[in-house]
Design a protein around this ligand. Structure first.
Ligand SMILES: NC(=O)c1ccc[n+]([C@@H]2O[C@H](COP(=O)([O-])OP(=O)(O)OC[C@H]3O[C@@H](n4cnc5c(N)ncnc54)[C@H](O)[C@@H]3O)[C@@H](O)[C@H]2O)c1
Length: 357
């Protein structure tokens, strides 16, 4: 059976990809994760007794450790998802994003290149390096248009800039060293196991505690929402069948304003919790100071992926939100542990000007 290394395996999307690969018996999977604050072992608990899955606690910046695992596991490809991912944290601690997302990707590319160089020709030919990136590299849209694979890069946050840099490195390692890479750029994901610092799980966690639901600015920013299980399917298709050296956009065909997403979420919570004293949950919505440099609108044109590989999202936003709410209600202990030990829901990413309080 094919062996795939998945970096960022204990994160939100990485763990979904691992579960998808294993539940469909598509490959033996070796997960790599440095187990940052965003990683949870619980997201991989269903694979605990699976002989064709293992998780290695490794930082991708550690070239020696990566080389050791490449030589030991002899993978047929790498799906690279490891990254620092929260825009607000990139405003507070940009250096972490440069280190993990740029230096980390560079280290992984180098180790992959050296590993590949000594493989037999047929294995070299079949090898793939999928780099998972974001729509945020393209910057912000106005009211019209969608990002295509040819949209020029114009990242606005430290997070987006670090991912854009990593995309350029991946492209360069293909053009210069012939590394067989594919890049995917996707829109905002949501679904089970998402760390509750991102909008949807943060609002679910706060709503369950009867706390205010903070909406940045007027909530008019538009995102193209992609259910994480649809994304995992797209990534596996791109990894297995995408053309080497190409980029593929992945979107959810679900452009919603943040305020409308949270209104819909509140409606679903009202239905799911008929006895809650917090009903109607939309009374908890509160508008707070906007994020610095907040991009106005993202929308993905994923027609290339649809045309070449036949992929399209299966899950509408209301259906995906219903599944997500059901998962969080059934897994309150997971959230509670994070709330107590890692992140209590406080505001992140507010500019602190030098010389001011
Ligand atoms: N979540 C989204 O909406 C979204 C959208 C577009 C693109 N992406 C991209 O998808 C990928 C996965 O995102 P996610 O939402 O699952 O993020 P996440 O924050 O939930 O998980 C990232 C994982 O990477 C691990 N990691 C970070 N630095 C590492 C390092 N140096 N070595 C090893 N492991 C490391 C973390 O421990 C964590 O488990 C990222 O590359 C992200 O940029 C995410």
């Amino acid at each position: 059976m094919t062996t795939i290394i998945v970096t960022g395996a204990a994160g939100f999307i990485g763990s979904t990809v691992c579960r998808y690969l294993r539940s469909n018996n598509l490959a033996r999977v070796v997960g790599i994760d440095k187990m940052s604050y965003a990683a949870t072992r619980a997201s991989l608990a269903s694979l605990k007794d699976d002989p064709d899955f293992r998780l290695a606690e490794i930082d991708i910046c550690n070239g020696a450790a990566v080389t050791e695992i490449l030589n030991a596991e002899s993978p047929d490809g790498i799906m690279h998802l490891a990254a620092e991912t929260h825009v607000d944290r990139s405003i507070d601690h940009p250096g972490d994003f440069l280190q993990n997302n740029i230096v980390g990707t560079y280290a992984l590319l180098e180790m992959a290149r050296h590993y590949l160089a000594v493989l037999p020709a047929d294995k070299q030919q079949a090898f793939r390096f999928l780099h998972v990136s974001t729509d945020e590299v393209y910057g912000s849209l106005g009211a019209e248009g969608r990002f295509t694979e040819d949209t020029p890069y114009a990242p606005n946050s430290p997070y987006a800039a670090s991912k854009a840099s990593a995309d350029h490195l991946v492209r360069a390692w293909h053009k210069t060293f012939g590394l067989p890479v594919v890049i995917s750029n996707c829109s905002n994901n949501y679904g089970p196991f998402q760390f509750p610092e991102k909008l949807i799980p943060l609002c679910i966690m706060k709503a369950l505690g009867g706390q205010k639901l903070p909406i940045y600015g007027q909530g008019l920013n538009v995102r193209d929402w992609l259910f994480v299980e649809d994304h995992a399917e797209a990534l596996v298709q791109i990894f297995m069948r995408g053309r080497v050296g190409e980029k593929y956009n992945v979107g959810g065909a679900a452009e919603w304003r943040n305020i409308d997403v949270i209104q819909e979420l509140c409606k679903i919570l009202d239905e799911a919790l008929p006895d809650s004293p917090c009903r109607p949950h939309n009374n908890l919505i509160t508008f707070v100071a906007d994020r610095p440099g907040h991009d106005e609108r993202y929308a993905m044109d994923f027609s290339k992926l649809n045309r070449e590989l036949g992929w399209q999202p299966r899950t509408s936003l209301p259906d995906g939100l219903r599944k997500t709410v059901a998962w969080y209600l059934a897994n309150t202990a997971w959230c509670e542990e994070i709330r107590q030990r890692k992140y209590g829901g406080e505001r992140l990413g507010q500019l602190r000007l030098v010389g001011k309080d």
